[in-house]
Design a protein around this ligand. Structure first.
Ligand SMILES: [Zn+2]
Length: 385
C-alpha cells in the first residue's frame, strides 16, 4: 500500500474478520461520506449503473461512489431479475461489461478471449452437452449465459437490457481484469421500441459483424452525435483512468494481484449501491469480494420478494471452489449478507446453510455474517466455534 493513502485493513484481518470489525467499518465517517455522495448522485439522476460479473477482480474499475451495481456470474443473469434497477430514474446510463484476462488488448482473435470462469463453464457445458439440471450452476450457465464469447455476451446482454429499459443509454464494454482497463466498444439504445447501436454509419455494430471481426474498434466520442452520450463516454473513460492509477497505488502490480480470483468474501446483497460505500475501506482493493446481487421485486419503495434461488446458485459456485482447494477461492471463508431488511437477511442465512458444501465449508472455518442495515452494530455470526 502506498504511503499516505487511506488506511486499510491488512490481508490477515480480512481473512478472519470479526463482527466488531465489520461494524466499525460500516459506522465510519468515510462510509457516511460515500453514502451521501451516492444519494446525492441518485437524487440528481446521474448514477451510472454497472452490470458486470460477480468476479472479485472486476471490482474498483471506476473511481467514485456515484455508481450502482448489479453483478452476477458472467454478468449474464436475465435483465428481468433487476427490472427495478434498470428502470430507476436515478440511473440514466448503464454499462454492461464482461471481463477477460486481456487477450483482447493484444489484438488476438475474438475466439481466443478467456478469463471469465462463468463464460468458460458455459462453453464447457455446451461442448459436453450433458447438463445436470440438478446442479444449480450448470442450470445457471445454460439458462442465463447467451454466448461464451465476452464481446458477444456483452452485446447480447446490452440488447436485452435496452429492451426492458427504454430511453436508457446502454454502453457495452469488456474489462481486462489484469490491467483494470475498461474498453467500451459500443452503445445501445431503445428509442420508441426500436433497439439499435447508435450512429449506425460510423459505428455499425451488428452481432454478425462482431462475430466475424478480429479487432473490435473501440467507441470514441467522435463516433457519437449525441452530446449527452459523448459526455458520459468521456466521464466513463476518465473514471476508469483514475481508478487504474489508484489500483496501482493500492495493490502494486494489478496483474499479479488479480491473477487468480481468491477473495476472502462472498458478498450477498439486495442493494445495488456500492459495497465500498456501505463498508468504506474494507473492500477498497479488488479481489476481496465475489459479489452476488439478489434479485428483488418492489412495489413502490417496498421490497415484496427476494429471489434467493438464483443468488444461492451463484454463491454455491464460490463455496464449492473453496471446499475443493484447487486454486481459485482458496481463501473464501466469509459470507457477508446485507439485505433490505433483517428478516430477508436471516432467511438468506438459513438458505446458505442448506447448500451442499456448507457443512464442509463451515468445518474448514467458513463463517456467515448477517448485517442489519437499520443497525449495523447488530451482526449475527454463524461459525464453527
Ligand atoms: Zn467472470
Amino acid at each position: 500500500m502506498a504511503e499516505g493513502s487511506v488506511p486499510q485493513i491488512s490481508r490477515n484481518e480480512i481473512l478472519r474478520p470479526t463482527a466488531e470489525m465489520i461494524a466499525s467499518y460500516a459506522n465510519s465517517p468515510e462510509s457516511k461520506r460515500r453514502q451521501t455522495e451516492f444519494l446525492r448522485a441518485k437524487e440528481e439522476r446521474r448514477v451510472l449503473l454497472i452490470d458486470t460479473c460477480s468476479d472479485a477482480r472486476t471490482a474498483r474499475i471506476l473511481a467514485g461512489f456515484d455508481m450502482a451495481f448489479v453483478s452476477s456470474i458472467a454478468g449474464a443473469i436475465r435483465p428481468e431479475y433487476y427490472r427495478f434497477a434498470y428502470g430507476h430514474p436515478g440511473f440514466p446510463n448503464i454499462i454492461v461489461a464482461t471481463h477477460t484476462n486481456g487477450v483482447l488488448a493484444e489484438g488476438a482473435s475474438l475466439k481466443d478471449l478467456e478469463g471469465c470462469g462463468g463464460l468458460e463453464a458455459f462453453q464447457l457445458f455446451k461442448m459436453n452437452g450433458n447438463v445436470d439440471p440438478a446442479d444449480p450452476l450448470e442450470k445457471y450457465a445454460v439458462n442465463e449465459v447467451k454466448d461464451g464469447n465476452p464481446i458477444l455476451q456483452a452485446y447480447r446482454k446490452a440488447y436485452d437490457v435496452a429492451d426492458i429499459a427504454p430511453d436508457k443509454t446502454v454502453f457495452m464494454g469488456v474489462i481486462n481484469h489484469l490491467t483494470g482497463k475498461l474498453d467500451i466498444f459500443g452503445v445501445m439504445k431503445n428509442e420508441s421500441g426500436r433497439i439499435g447501436t447508435v450512429s449506425a454509419f460510423l459505428h455499425g455494430l451488428t452481432e454478425e459483424a462482431l462475430r466475424e471481426n478480429k479487432d473490435i474498434p473501440l467507441l470514441t466520442p467522435d463516433m457519437l452525435q449525441n452530446q449527452g452520450m459523448i459526455n458520459e463516454l468521456m466521464r466513463i473513460n476518465e473514471k476508469n483512468a483514475a481508478a487504474r492509477t489508484k489500483l496501482v497505488e493500492q495493490v502494486g502490480n494489478l496483474a499479479h494481484h488479480n491473477e487468480i480470483q481468491d477473495p476472502p468474501f462472498i458478498y450477498i446483497a439486495s442493494y445495488v449501491h456500492p459495497i465500498t460505500s456501505s463498508f468504506a475501506e474494507m473492500f477498497d482493493d479488488p479481489n476481496i469480494a465475489f459479489r452476488v446481487r439478489v434479485p428483488k421485486q418492489k412495489e413502490g419503495k417496498t421490497v415484496v420478494t427476494v429471489d434467493t434461488e438464483i443468488a444461492l446458485a451463484q454463491a454455491s459456485y464460490a463455496m464449492g471452489k473453496n471446499v475443493r482447494q484447487d486454486g481459485p477461492f482458496d481463501h473464501t471463508q466469509n459470507i457477508l449478507i446485507y439485505m433490505d431488511n433483517v428478516d430477508f437477511g436471516d432467511y438468506m442465512a438459513e438458505q446458505v446453510k442448506n447448500l451442499k458444501d456448507f457443512p464442509k465449508w463451515r468445518e474448514m472455518g467458513g463463517q456467515v455474517f448477517v448485517v442489519d442495515r437499520g443497525n449495523v452494530n447488530n451482526i449475527k455470526v454463524t461459525n464453527h466455534e
